[in-house]
Design a protein around this ligand. Structure first.
Ligand code: HEM
Length: 465
């Protein structure tokens, strides 16, 4: 006999909409509900049941591809036209084709070939910081957003947004932020509200989407007019063939993929870099250990892909950062169509799941579950995620900041290499300190999470390499 899944009372029409609204964002609201209702609770959002889970054990179960499947977030798949890899359903022929064509282009070797592009943009940021000098206050998240957007655009499609040469963010970023924020609002509102009062928001969202498409089209047209002999993602999409069917990608799908890469490929990594420095600055011993490793491996030489393999402590810092602050903070799952006739239960048969439930794994909670990660689970302790730690393999089973299985992040190698490279360059060239030594983390939530108002100052250690 199964039990009713606990959760706050849902009201007619609005359901639990107001339970997940808070000044600090829906993630904090969900975390607070988890404190009240425990590892599993239910919500009614826009007429659909959501099951929110917060334990490592349940995360391991829901990220088993044999049992559950990714459900693309409705907030994003609400856009018009074909869906790119991130937002497509797993049975969408466009996802199958894109996955087969693009996976090899994100492998370790092609990504190692992108080192020069990553260094190019990172050097722009390092030079800017060096020139502005030690008294200048840097809003870390903003410069990392400039850096990661420019890096993904340069490395994947040889396009320069030149964000370090402009005070204003590129129009693509404004359009993207507008699109994402409106998509979030529209998808959580009751349908009836959208039908009666939501038309101007829907029109505005379309405008933003059109702007992003226009920029993507300009990049495609420019490449077609000036073809280059290079192995980047854009050429892979324009000229690559599906190894199984021999079909090429349509232009509207290439545009959708480009927008996906630009969105999925920069905010997440920018947040990772910001959080990693936040933790290092709040933990001076870890900062010193990371800088000493960089000094030992790099000294004053110019960084290359071979150095990165040796930065094991830095790897542990990045893993621990993404455990505590997974910048894509939740994974959405559902019961796949092949299991729709089964009676699916969780928690040793205690709760029954319905076919159209949306399951949301709160990574911030699951990956800090003290039952799995120990009593100090909420503390930043990179040693626990070091590859030489005896507990490493077990802990990695409940470490899912890049998702899982065939739907895991295609850009993981790219993001990792970029984050390692930028951290190493910053530690090699500067001593960094917090403007407010007592900085307390406040979350800034959009599609991803970031630390709010994280201001630092940097002091040049020695001549630039
Ligand atoms: C998928 C996180 C960087 C492109 C995902 C997923 C997560 C994730 C959690 C799975 C989402 C789900 O299951 O709903 C991250 C994090 C990053 C990062 C934390 C950086 C620290 C990147 C980069 C790119 C990228 C740099 C592009 C170059 C994608 C794409 C998918 C994806 C296209 C969809 C893959 C598919 O379903 O076939 N990412 N990502 N991501 N990511 Fe990333």
């Amino acid at each position: 006999m199964t039990e009713e899944i606990p959760g706050p009372r849902a009201y007619p029409v609005v359901g639990n909409l107001f339970d997940v609204r808070s000044d600090e964002g829906s993630l904090v609201a969900a975390e607070q509900l988890a404190e009240i209702y425990g590892d599993v609770f239910r919500l009614n959002i826009a007429g659909r049941r959501q099951i929110v889970v917060s334990s490592a054990e349940l995360l391991i179960q829901f990220t088993d591809e044999h049992q559950f499947e990714k459900l693309p977030p409705p907030a994003l798949s609400a856009g018009q036209g074909p869906q790119g890899l991130f937002t497509a359903r797993s049975d969408d022929p466009d996802w199958i084709q894109g996955h087969r064509i693009l996976m090899p282009a994100f492998g370790p070797l092609p990504v190692a070939d992108m080192t020069a592009g990553m260094k190019d943009i990172a050097s722009q940021m390092i030079l800017k910081w060096a020139r502005l000098g030690k008294d200048n206050q840097i809003l870390l998240t903003d410069d990392f957003t400039r850096l990661t957007l420019d890096t993904i655009a340069l490395c994947s499609m040889d396009y320069r947004f030149n964000s370090f040469y402009s005070e204003l963010m590129h129009p693509f970023i404004d359009a993207m932020n507008g699109f994402l924020s409106l998509s979030g609002t529209i998808s959580t509102r009751p349908k009836i509200y959208n039908q009666l009062l939501g038309s101007s928001d829907i029109a505005k969202r379309k405008e933003h989407n059109d702007t992003m498409k226009r920029i993507a089209k300009q990049v495609i047209d420019k490449r077609r007019e000036n073809p280059v002999d290079r192995n980047d993602l854009l050429n892979t999409m324009l000229y690559g063939k599906d190894p199984k069917t021999g079909a090429a990608m349509r232009d509207d799908l290439i545009m959708a993929e480009m927008i996906n890469f630009l969105i999925a490929g920069h905010e997440t990594t920018s947040g990772l870099l910001s959080f990693a420095f936040m933790y290092l600055l709040q933990n001076p011993k870890a900062y010193l250990a990371a800088q000493q490793e960089v000094d030992r491996v790099l000294g004053t030489s110019s960084i290359d892909a071979a150095h990165l393999k040796q930065l094991k402590y830095l790897n542990a810092v990045l893993r621990e950062t993404l455990r505590l602050k997974p910048t894509a903070a939740a994974l959405s799952k559902h019961i796949p169509s092949r299991r729709q006739n089964e009676y699916v239960t969780i928690c040793d048969g205690k709760y029954h799941l319905k076919n159209d439930d949306i399951i949301r794994c709160l990574l911030t909670k699951c990956q800090t579950d003290p039952k799995y990660f120990g009593e100090d689970a909420a503390q930043f302790r990179p040693e626990r995620m070091h590859e030489d730690s005896p507990d490493f393999s077990r802990l990695m089973e409940a470490w899912k900041p890049f998702g899982n299985g065939s739907r895991s992040c295609i850009g993981q190698n790219f993001a990792w290499q970029e984050a390692q490279l930028v951290m190493a360059l910053v530690l090699q060239n500067f001593d960094m300190r917090l403007v407010d030594p007592g900085y307390q983390f406040v979350i800034k939530q959009a599609l991803t999470i970031k630390p709010k108002d994280l201001y630092v100052k940097v002091h040049l250690r020695k001549g630039l390499n």
